[in-house]
Design a protein around this ligand. Structure first.
Ligand code: SAM
Ligand code: SF4
Ligand code: SF4
Length: 354
């Protein structure tokens, strides 16, 4: 019998209507979170995905195998807060059995990282990204409604100790909130051997507090950093990664993910699987493709593969560019109303995984 995980890939890789390949899959393992970031979960109450609908680890591995048949070679585990999912390192170990997946990464808020970093490293996780918007305890509490900054900083310290290289720190830059802390974050990044990436505040589903005046743009970020560091060189590199990288004169690098002011949909090879098996072809997509139902009706790999292929081959999404175009007619505001989010929690950023 052939090895079901690493059998030779005979399927043709899938490309969408713009010729964008299917390469990177973000897998959300829970929609729950232990923080309440103002830009992601600002409401008092949320509707959660029913527990019985959450994919098991075996189901996630099966879907990942089918995705890898079609060209996916990078996986990012996300949430909600992925470290809330019990035994996450077991899932990492299972995913690492698939040798067509060359990169397994994790995005976490870091609160539970200190206690799990070593197990994750030992299980074969390649890379960790920790989200950190401020190092000031009061500010952290105001932003996240939780008093956990010390735990996050300990979590960040534990990453190198566990053996990981290539730590990234992701910071959502918000005008009037943390735009005075960008230099401190770069300096902290140097201290913990992490590359900092500044993300523009996006008007995604769930960002019900978003307004254009809170976006601290790429231009503003560069201007702020120039005042402290002098000349900043863009790094020229061929990449479908969302961050554009820059070099400071002391050799420090950092990134900017300018999805709001300078969208990069033309090279987007990413799609997202929610914890209950809905597949979304764009962060802004309002509808997804249900993969749980066919998976649970004992559908063959071939059938799952043809559903995924036909979904990707008809993909036209360029959500961030469409949002940007609304600025021309002055109608860029809240993307999805709260009532609609309550009817369909899949529309929330914390269900899609960022
Ligand atoms: N809970 C984990 C974390 O925060 O790292 C993983 C899930 S979270 C949804 C993934 C990323 O999305 C985080 O880096 C977060 O900062 C980012 N994010 C959430 N809402 C955002 C928004 N409105 N604009 C920009 N980034 C956002
Ligand atoms: Fe914050 Fe991530 Fe939780 Fe959203 S999912 S509230 S970004 S920690
Ligand atoms: Fe990709 Fe959609 Fe984001 Fe554009 S908005 S980069 S198409 S996920």
């Amino acid at each position: 019998m052939s090895d079901p995980v690493n059998k030779k890939n005979t399927a043709m890789a899938a490309s969408d209507t713009w010729g964008r390949p299917l390469k990177a899959l973000r897998i959300s393992v829970t929609d729950r979170c232990n923080l309440r970031c103002q830009y992601c979960m600002p409401e008092e109450n949320y509707v959660w995905l029913p527990r019985e609908t959450l994919l098991t680890f075996e189901e996630i591995v099966t879907l990942t195998r089918v995705f890898s048949d079609l060209g996916v070679d990078k996986v990012r585990i996300t949430g909600g807060e992925p470290l809330l999912r019990k035994d996450l390192s077991t899932l990492i170990r299972m995913l690492r059995q698939n040798n067509r997946i060359s990169d397994v990464a994790l995005t976490t808020n870091g609160v539970l990282l200190n206690e799990q970093a070593q197990a994750l490293f030992d299980a074969g996780l390649h890379r960790v990204t920790v989200s950190l918007d401020t190092m000031k305890p009061e500010r952290f509490k105001a932003l996240t409604k939780r008093d956990s900054v010390e735990q996050v900083l300990e979590g960040i310290q534990s990453v190198g100790r566990a053996g990981f290289k290539g730590l990234k720190i992701d910071t959502v830059a918000i005008h009037g909130y943390n735009d005075d802390e960008l230099v401190d974050l770069i300096e902290y990044g140097k201290h913990v051997s992490a590359e900092v990436r500044f993300i523009e505040y996006m008007d995604v589903g769930g960002a019900t507090d978003w307004s254009a005046d809170k976006v601290f743009s790429r231009a503003a970020i560069l201007q702020t950093l120039k005042q402290r560091y002098g000349a900043i060189e863009p790094i020229e590199e061929e990449s479908s990664a969302p961050a554009q990288r820059f070099l400071l004169s002391d050799g420090t690098t950092f990134g900017i993910i300018a999805s709001t002011t300078t969208p990069f949909c033309a090279t987007c090879d990413r799609s997202r699987l929610t914890a209950d098996g809905m597949w979304y072809l764009c962060l802004y997509a309002k509808t997804g493709i249900d993969l749980r139902q066919p998976l649970r009706s004992s559908t063959s790999d071939q059938d799952l593969q043809s559903r995924i292929r036909s979904g990707w081959e008809s993909r036209q999404d360029r959500g961030a560019e469409e949002r940007k175009e609304l600025e021309r007619v002055n109608s860029r505001g809240r993307f999805i109303e709260i009532d609609r989010l309550r009817q369909d929690p899949h529309l929330e950023m914390h269900a899609r995984g960022g």
